[in-house]
Design a protein around this ligand. Structure first.
Ligand code: FES
Length: 75
């Protein structure tokens, strides 16, 4: 029986986003977010850190169920 750690070893979440950087971290000023901002959590977006809908293809191909983080202002 494989443990979760066994399954994680040798796998990468990030396949293509800014691989030359030792760590991908982003900062967004709250004032720059308008009504809402949609952030990628699947690491497949071509507009990372923002979601471009690529999670749908990823989920179809892998059986995964990931989706974006939506930050929005209260109305
Ligand atoms: Fe990654 Fe939408 S593209 S969560």
């Amino acid at each position: 029986v494989k443990t979760l750690l066994d399954k994680q070893l040798g796998t990468a979440v990030n396949l293509s986003v800014r691989k030359s950087e030792s760590k991908v971290a982003d900062s967004v000023d709250i004032e720059d977010i308008g009504k809402q901002a949609v952030f990628c959590r699947c690491w497949r977006s071509s507009k990372f850190p923002y979601c471009d809908g690529s999670h749908n293809k990823h989920n179809t191909l892998t059986g995964d169920n990931v989706g974006p983080l939506i930050i929005k202002k209260k109305e």
